[in-house]
Ligand binder design. Sequence first.
Ligand code: ATP
Length: 228
Amino acid sequence: MTLLKVAGIETFYGASQALFGVDLDVEEGEVVALMGRNGMGKTTTIRSIYGLTPARAGSITFAGLDITQQQSFRVARLGVGLVPEGRRCFPNLTVHENLVAAARDGKWTLAAVIDLFPRLGERSSQYASTLSGGEQQMLAIARALMTNPRLVILDEATEGLAPVIRKVIWDAIRRLKAEGESILVVDKSMAELLPVADRCFVLEKGRTVWTGRPAGMTPLLQDRYLGV
Ligand code: ATP
C-alpha cells in the first residue's frame, strides 16, 4: 500500500520558488532515501509534507487522504512523526516528561523507546537542555516514535554527531527498518544510507531528477547528483 504520495509539488518561500515539481512516494514498510546536494529542496519537501510550508501546486496524499493543505498538527495526528533538522525537544522538560508528553497508544511505549536508546533511560530525570547533541537526537527520535506514527521522517538525524553516536542512531534506524517501520530519511552519509534504503529519490534544483534502487546509485551518479 502506498503510504505517502507526493506528486508534482511546487513550494514557495514568499515570492521565491523552492520546489518546481517534486515527486516522491513511500510504500508501507519501506525505507526511502531523499537525496540531493545542499539547497536542492529536501528540507522544503519535508516541510511541505508536514504542512509547515504548504505546497502551492501539486498534491500530497497520506494513507489515501489529501493532506496538501493540511495543518501540521493534523498531519501529525494522521500519523506522520517528524524528527526535524536541528532536533527540537522541550529544553525545560526532563527526558521522561518529553517522552510521555508525546505518547499515543501503540507498540512504541516508554519501555520500548528506552530499549531502543538505553541512554535515555539513564538520563530519564535530566532536563533535555542538559543532554549532549547526540542524546538530544535520540530523544527527538524517541519522541517521534512515542506518537506511534505510521511514517517516520528523519531530516539529517546524524548531522554533526560524533562517530560513536552516529552508529547508535544508524543501529536504531536499521532496527526500525527490521521492525517494518515506514521511514523517509534525509542524510548525507551515503555509506550508511544506501544499504538501509529500499529506494532513493534525488532532488536537483527543486525537482525530482532520479529515482531507483540504491544499487542503481552508481559512483558516477553519486558524483553527478551528490558530489560537491
Ligand atoms: P540542506 O541540506 O542545505 O538543508 P535542502 O536540500 O534541504 O538543503 P532546502 O533547505 O529545502 O534544501 O532549500 C531549498 C531552497 O529553498 C534553497 O534555494 C534555499 O535557499 C531556499 N530556502 C530554504 N529555506 C528558505 C527560507 N526560509 N526562505 C527562503 N528561501 C529558503
